[in-house]
Design a protein around this ligand. Sequence first.
Ligand SMILES: [Zn+2]
Length: 485
Amino acid sequence: MSRTYGSLVLEREAVSSSRDASPGGRNERSRLLHRGRRHSYEPVNQTQASVYSPDAIYVKVDLFLHELKKRFDRLEQFKKETLTHFDAQLERGYQALREVRDACSPYHSGELLWGVARHRAKIFVETLEAGYNDVIPTRETLDEKAHASMKLMESYLSELEARAHSRRKDLLDSGWKRVDDSINATLDLFEEGYDKAKKAKDLLAESISHALKQAAESRLITYEDLPVPWRVNPHITRGYRFTESKIECITSMFKPSNETVNIWSHAIGLIIVLAIAFHYYPSSDAFASFSKMDMLIAGCFFAAACKCLICSTMWHTMNGIADKCLMERFACVDYTGISFLVAASILTTEWTAFYSVLGLAGTILPWRESFNRADMQWARVAFYVSLALTGFAPVLQLNITRGIEWTFYFYAPITKSVCVYFVGAIIYASHVPEKWWPGLFDYAGASHNIWHLAVLGGILFHYAAMMELYRGAFKRASECGCSIG
Ligand SMILES: [Zn+2]
């Protein structure tokens, strides 16, 4: 039986218990249970501060949140079934736990993503800071806040469980058997969660040194040898790099590993995109008709494409680094690159669609030139607002004014890039084909390799589509030939 649970029960509930209550745990608890704001000048437990690295704390918090969900679900069900009511202070703790569970639970079901533990710890702290700032201890850094908040939440949770436990006793005495299973299961989960959290801090450091040792022996290691935060895809069984040296990460680009295809597909892709942006695009026939704004929009697309490819290459080169913080930082860089690219792709399409929409009024060419004039400020505001707010407005507008067929014709060029992105994303998410034949696609042909080619294909198709859209828009605008009133 757990110390924490025991000390609480003895202290608050006077339920007879033979559990071993540690004095340290009791002090910590009783302080927390007074629910006073603890101040930063209170010394943080020194032994803990030196043993816990921020990463170990995030992992610990992550495990705790996982346990919290299970335990709180039970508690909630118990509360509902037995119509139990808590006093005002405990009720507030109950609400805080519920908010934490709800805020953090969308991340429970997802696969393990880089930085997810830290991200969840952040949400956890923010949730409490938003509604319960008066009870959570003041701390400087996120890991300290997360650690202190976790302890507070655990004290609430076990206090509530203790109440539920004594209530169960009352109910059992009055012959209500049904509750027994539910609360016993709750207690089991609590034990399990406590033990896991206790072990988590050593686990990470241990598994990192194990992986480093393996990598020193055989250069490439297996999925099983990887520490948990580095594991992404269990169907890629071999070929992982793991090193403490950044230089070694970079030189590993030139040696075969399961990242070789990922690294080089986007490194070469970057060279292709740069060649287009600085050579093929300026020498294209449509380029002569481009206004400054057109160039800016096209420039955004090229910049986004390059950023995406650079970030991706960096991430795949560096993800074998045995430093969790650094590895997660590169992963974040990778995600922002992709979302930026998608946003820029939408922007170019909308821009050219607006040409056609606005071109109907016969104002497109003069409008283009006077777009930056001082008296056009409302037109500019209207344009940017509609661009930002109405992703589908051009589709709708074209549909109404020109008919479905015409709209289809207008958007036909971008269907290729959209399809490629879309199919790529589905393959990326589904881990096909390596899911069906684990180990067969460790070095090439895995879903992530296909996704990389899809991103590159999407960029190239989108470039082609963008040029076609511009050509069409210029042609229609010049055919119209009217001028602004
Ligand atoms: Zn990638």
